[in-house]
Design a protein around this ligand. Structure first.
Ligand code: ADP
Ligand code: MG
Length: 238
């Protein structure tokens, strides 16, 4: 019997997006299969955040095709798209500063059955248990990032769109985020990581898409990463 093709959690075809009159994405074709980790690499302003927002219907206008778990979503409003099981961690994290850590964790509604209960969250993020009564503003940047991640795991989402989660964080926190992404991959989550460079996800990602001026400039499978380091550094300007 032929092996079943892995399920496609996300596939975009000819995805274009606009903010008002500004045409930002010019035809993005990408695929993310169940259990994969994929990165969107690029310089600032390349269009990586806009790809995540376009997937969620958070741009002015979009065209082309975006299938989420086999369902065409290009005509759907954001809340219906999210309910297909997407968790979005925006660059600005979206922590409610006037609520405690635990209140932030209790806030999100399930988008799909299977959200992690509080006990499981606290087992995964012991520092959040310690800080459960602290206000969102009183916790460190690293704790805020952990909280933002924990919150989407509460929703039952299986496809996680994570925007620059390591930005501005100390190496030790980046290291624990790395461990967390590894754990989530092992649990079967499907993950799209927006990053500035490929080091964070080098040994986690199945594939790297290089984004330039709203287009995919290159796609590098993990097995080609070492051989592509020079080319990647050039793309990313480092
Ligand atoms: N809300 C917006 N309105 C108009 N233009 C925007 C908006 N957000 C981003 N842009 C523009 O879209 C382009 C891509 O931005 P973005 O997707 O944020 O890039 P990246 O995440 O790769 O740094 C940039 O030229 C940026 O100035
Ligand atoms: Mg961005």
């Amino acid at each position: 019997m032929p092996e079943a093709e892995p399920r496609e959690m996300l596939r975009t075809r000819g995805l274009q997006a606009w903010y008002g009159e500004s045409h930002i994405l010019h035809g993005i074709d990408l695929v993310v299969r169940e259990g994969e980790v994929v990165t969107l690499l690029g310089r600032n302003g390349a269009g990586r955040t806009t790809i995540l927002k376009a997937i969620l219907g958070m741009v002015g206008r979009r065209s082309g095709s975006i299938e989420v778990d086999g369902v065409e979503t290009v005509g759907m409003p954001t809340h219906r798209i999210a309910r297909l099981g997407i968790g979005y961690c925006p660059e600005e994290r979206g922590i409610f500063s006037n609520l405690t850590v635990e209140e932030n964790l209790l806030l999100p509604r399930e988008v799909r059955a299977g959200g992690l209960p509080l006990e499981e969250i606290y087992a995964m993020f012991p520092n959040l248990l310690e800080r459960r009564g602290s206000l969102g503003t009183r916790i460190s940047g690293g704790e805020q990032q952990m909280l933002a991640m924990a919150r989407i795991l509460r929703t039952g989402a299986r496809l996680l769109l994570l925007d620059e989660i390591t930005e501005g964080l100390a190496p030790v926190i980046v290291q624990s985020l790395h461990g967390l992404i590894g754990k989530l991959k092992a649990k079967g989550f499907t993950i799209v990581l927006v990053e500035q460079n490929f080091h964070f996800a080098a040994n986690l990602a199945d594939r790297h898409y290089v984004i330039e001026r709203g287009m995919i400039a290159d796609m590098i499978p993990c097995e080609d990463l070492v051989a592509s380091t020079g080319k990647l550094n050039q793309y990313l300007g480092v």
